[in-house]
Write a protein that binds this ligand. Sequence first.
Ligand SMILES: [Zn+2]
Length: 128
Amino acid sequence: MIDTQAVKKVKAKYINMNLAGPYPPDWGVREAVREEIRWLQDELATPCEVIFVGNMDAVTMGVAEIKQGRRDVFINDKLLEPGKRTARIMTLCHEIAHISSEQGDATLDFEDTLGDMLGKMAEKAMGR
Ligand SMILES: [Zn+2]
C-alpha cells in the first residue's frame, strides 16, 4: 500500500466526490478535467480511479492507494480552481507514478517511474 497514513487521514476526515457526481458544478470544468485524466491515463498506460476530495487540508494535494484490486488516486479539490491546472496535472502525474510503481515517496522505483514518465512526455512534446 502507498502513503498509508495519508489515505487513512483522507478517508477518515473527508467526503469523497467522484467526477461522475455533482462536483464540480460547472460542466465545462468537469469535462476539461475528465479529458486531462483520460489523456494522462492513456499516455501513461496506468488505469486508475481519480476521486476529487473536498475539504482536504492545505498541504495534502494527492494520495494514491492500491488495495483489494482497486487503484485509486485522491486529489484535493482545491486543484480544480482556476489557475491550478499545472499543479493539478503535476499532482495527477505524481500520484499515477505511485500507482504505476506501486512504491511510496523517495524510493528509487518511484523516482525512476516518475522520471521515465517525464522523459516520455517530453519526447512526445518534441514531436519525435
Ligand atoms: Zn507522493
